[in-house]
Write a new protein. Structure first.
Length: 276
């Protein structure tokens, strides 16, 4: 069998939105690797958010920050960050509008002064929308969040901020045209968060760079995801798989729809495609 490479989104794909990691997913990954296949995570999470239970699985590498960071077998292949000047400008802009935020870096997640208090109802709403428990807190969602640190940094790959109104996203997009502006936690005016990151970077770009580096044909690649941000990755890879708990947009474009995270979707799809 030709060696395959498998790219897994994390939230909503490897784990559910309550951070539950099914044993079947871990078993599927290990079984796929035992057959000589490679398994990489491709996530919006920075390295600081790759908590021990996920790292302990033993992936062959990691793509983080929605494509701004690539690690292969413990070696850094790519690390693209906002400059100190860019981060400073964004932080000052957000603070001038009274928007709470957190900075995402491989070194940690750095929160604005009032983020925990302001984010509590937003995080709870986000969790409920994903069908998870009602007692989700900021500390549970971000267990290693760092408060009262210097927010003017040069190691940031993405900045997420709470939307008081959808206009905040539109204004951020206008204020920082050279950057990539996005939203998450909902579509359009239902979005809960906005984010800003380097332009011309996404999961598909990073996957393409990694495939070239490893000299693996696109046809031998599989991508798994559940959200709109995963669509470019699924479109680029040889086979794109949407999770059963995924949004309608990704299900419509996927080559295959598996079961949800909680219903052992990874194991089922790995088995379906002969990866295990």
């Amino acid at each position: 069998m030709t060696k395959k490479i498998i790219f897994l989104d994390v939230d909503g794909t490897l784990v559910n939105y309550d951070n539950y990691l099914p044993d079947s997913a871990v078993e599927a990954i290990h079984a796929a690797q035992a057959k000589g296949n490679l398994v990489y995570t491709v996530t919006g999470r920075s390295k600081a958010e790759m908590y021990p239970p996920i790292v302990a699985i033993g992936f062959d590498g990691y793509i983080g920050g929605n494509g701004s960071y690539i690690e292969v077998g413990g070696e850094v292949l790519k690390e693209a960050t906002l400059s100190l000047a860019e981060t400073t400008k964004i932080v000052d802009w957000l603070q001038s509008r009274g928007l709470e935020f957190y900075l995402e870096a491989n070194s940690g997640l750095y929160a604005s002064h009032n983020f925990e208090e302001r984010a509590q109802p937003t995080i709870q709403e986000y969790s409920q929308r994903k069908g998870n428990r009602e007692d989700m807190t900021v500390r549970k969602a971000f267990p290693d969040l760092i408060f009262d640190a210097d927010l003017y940094r040069d190691d940031i790959n993405k900045i997420s901020f709470i939307l008081e109104d959808y206009q905040d996203f539109l204004d951020a997009k206008k204020a920082f045209p050279q950057l990539q502006a996005g939203t998450w936690g909902g579509v359009g005016e239902r979005a809960l968060f906005g984010d800003l990151a380097l332009g011309n970077i996404d999961k598909a770009v990073a996957v393409a760079e990694l495939l070239t580096h490893l000299q693996i044909p696109v046809a031998d690649s599989f991508a798994f995801g559940d959200a709109k941000v995963d669509i470019p990755m699924l479109a680029h890879c040889g086979t794109g798989v949407a999770m059963g708990n995924g949004g309608e947009e990704i299900k419509e474009m996927a080559d295959y729809i598996t079961a949800s995270v909680d219903d052992h979707g990874l194991w089922s799809a790995f088995q379906h495609f002969g990866l295990i």
